[in-house]
Each structure stands twice: as C-alpha cells, then as structure tokens.
Design a protein around this ligand. Structure first.
Ligand SMILES: CN1CCN(c2ccc(C(=O)Nc3n[nH]c4c3C=[N+](C(=O)[C@H](O)c3ccccc3)C4)cc2)CC1
Length: 316
C-alpha cells in the first residue's frame, strides 16, 4: 500500500530550488551522516545578505546506487515542506553530474544526546554548565517541533535525542528535529535499513508499533516521552543493560523507564502518560506543550546541576 503521503509529496507544488554549485563552498566536515558526510559550508548570493551564509551540506557520494539517490531526493522533498522554528530548515539542493548536495540550516551545537552527555558534571562538587531550566527549554523546543508535525499529520517514527540538533552550545541554543531518515525510508519503500541491517529503534517505540507495526502521532508521543527521559538522565541509553528483545518483553509486561533523579514528579507524570499502553490515553503534543510550558514557567531555581543530583542510578 502506498502511504497516503505519497500523493501529498508527489503534488508538492513548491519547487525545490536547485542551487548552482558555483555558489557553494565546502569548508570542513562536521559529521558523518547515515549515507554521506555533513560539511560546514558557505552559500553565496543569498537574498539580502552581503556576505556568504554559513550552511550545512549533506553530500551524497557520486558513485552510489539509484536507490540511494532517490532516498536523498526524497529527504529533500520532505524537508522542503516544513517551515517551523523547531524543525531544521531546508535551503535547497545542488545537483551536478558528479554529486548531489542537500543544503540545510547549520546547527553548530551538534546533536542533543551528545550535548547533554558532554554537559554532565564529572566529579563531585563540580557543577554542570546546564541547569534544570536548560533541560526543560530543550525538551519544550522538541515538543513544539513534534506539535507542528502532529498538526500536519506527519508521523516522524524516529523521535530520539540523537536525531535532534542544537543551533549552538551557548545559552541561546534552540533544539530542532534534524533528521527524517526513518519517515523518508518508510514513505519511499515501507521499510527502514541503514547499511542493509534493519534498524528499528525498539527502545523508543510503543507496543502497538513494535508488535503490530501500527504508527500514528501517538507513536511519536511515546518516543517523545523517551526523549524526556534521555534529556533528564543527561544522555543515558534507555533501559540500560537490556537488549531490544528484553525491552519488548518488559514493556509488554507494563514495565517502564524509572524516574530520572533530575526529573520532578510533575514531569515524570507527563512521561508516564506518554507511555500509556493504549495510544488514545497518551496526551496530544498540544497538551504536552501546554504542560511543559507550565512546568517551565513554574520552575524558578536556576541552580546548575551537580553530580549529587545525578547520582541515584536511574537504571531500573
Ligand atoms: C565540540 N562539538 C563537537 C560536535 N560539533 C558538531 C557536530 C555535528 C554538527 C552537525 O552535524 N550540524 C548540522 N547542522 N545541520 C545539519 C547538521 C547535521 N545534519 C544532518 O542532517 C545529520 O544527518 C544529522 C541530523 C540529526 C542529528 C545528527 C546528524 C544537518 C555540528 C557541530 C560541535 C562542536
């Protein structure tokens, strides 16, 4: 069955801008993407800007399969449809006989999971560069990005801290959903694999998804609850020490992630609601954003996170 999105994407009336290669300058590699590299680059002649615009360039090696090329193009079509402060901005593609580039918004802070892991206090007495309020802000950013997808009836299928990016590491950082690889592959081929191996993010999935392959926005809500847990454990792997099979059994047996020490009762209540077995009982992203906005507004203390706060092991 062709996903309902196929028509939606097929009739994408918005033209995707093909940026002449002469306007693009690759400067340095900033990361290795799923199938290509991601470079820091400069884009010339952008609108009103006097000097070049720093951008991220996702490259596709020239010698690659037709399938990979269409995957790459499909990602561009999906990204070009979204316009939201918490979804990575797509600027255009650049195709020439040798290679294909995706030109994306430059997110200099790197991915969310690495960011919170790197921000963990190392020794006793040392405090983190982040406060609980910082973690709340980052989580609320992603909730807003998810709310936008929900309102557009777009199911992401792989909401996870590793797929979110930060504009910068500094205090004005904004978190955005930065990767749509899973949705791209499912929309295009109905299955997902990286380098041939089926990669299913079981630890971020609800029972109806890993048991029956049923995906709705309530699937993304469950995954968002796990992102909250990732952020408030400052980058733990969910269900530490459990294999995917053990996690499925545990979750089917109504087992759930524990309350992270940094996480308030109110926030843990929200997480638990995201992990209700019945999809209908999980909150919408509209109500998740409302709840998190209230929690953030009521959160007064700015004190930085100490190792002692993290010490109680959140592992079940
Ligand atoms: C000391 N630190 C070390 C880490 N460092 C970085 C590490 C990685 C990045 C980076 O990849 N930035 C990106 N900007 N735009 C896009 C990016 C990735 N994209 C992609 O499409 C990637 O596929 C992607 C998507 C989501 C999550 C990860 C990767 C689009 C920036 C800084 C800052 C300094």
């Amino acid at each position: 069955t062709i996903s309902p999105y196929y028509e939606w994407i097929q009739d994408s009336e918005e033209m995707i801008r093909n940026i002449p290669r002469s306007k693009i300058r690759l400067v340095s590699m900033i990361g290795k993407g799923a199938f290509g590299e991601v470079f820091y680059g400069l884009l010339a002649d952008v609108a009103h800007l006097r000097n070049e615009l720093p951008v991220a360039i996702k490259t596709l090696p020239s010698l690659c399969s037709e399938q990979t090329k269409s995957e790459f193009f499909f990602e561009a079509i999906i990204l070009s449809k979204f316009k939201h402060p918490n979804i990575i901005r797509f600027l255009g593609i650049s195709i020439d006989d040798r290679s294909m580039f995706l030109i994306l918004e430059l997110m200099e802070g790197g991915d969310l999971r690495t960011f919170v892991r790197d921000a963990r206090p190392r020794e006793k007495g040392e405090c983190s560069s982040l406060s609980i309020l910082d973690l709340l802000k980052l989580s609320l950013d992603i909730a807003k990005g998810c709310q936008y997808l929900e309102s557009n009836k777009f199911i992401h299928r792989d909401i996870a801290a590793r797929n979110c990016l930060l504009t910068e590491k500094g205090p004005h950082r904004v978190a955005k959903i930065g990767d749509f690889g899973m949705a791209r592959d499912i929309l295009r081929t109905n299955y997902y694999r990286k380098n041939g191996v089926a990669m299913i993010p079981v630890k971020w999935m609800p029972p109806e998804a890993f048991m029956d392959g049923v995906f709705t926005s309530k699937t993304d809500v469950w995954a968002f609850g796990v992102v909250l847990w990732e952020v408030f454990t400052m980058g733990f792997v969910p269900y530490p020490g459990k294999t995917n099979a053990e996690v499925m059994k545990y979750v089917l047996g109504h087992g759930r992630l524990n309350q992270p020490p940094l996480c308030s009762g109110e926030l843990f209540d929200l997480m638990k609601k995201c992990w209700k077995s019945k999809p209908k009982e999980r909150p919408s992203f509209v109500s998740i954003v409302e709840t998190m906005t209230k929690i953030k507004r009521e959160h007064k203390q700015e004190d930085p996170i100490m190792l002692e706060n993290l010490s109680k092991d959140p592992a079940p």
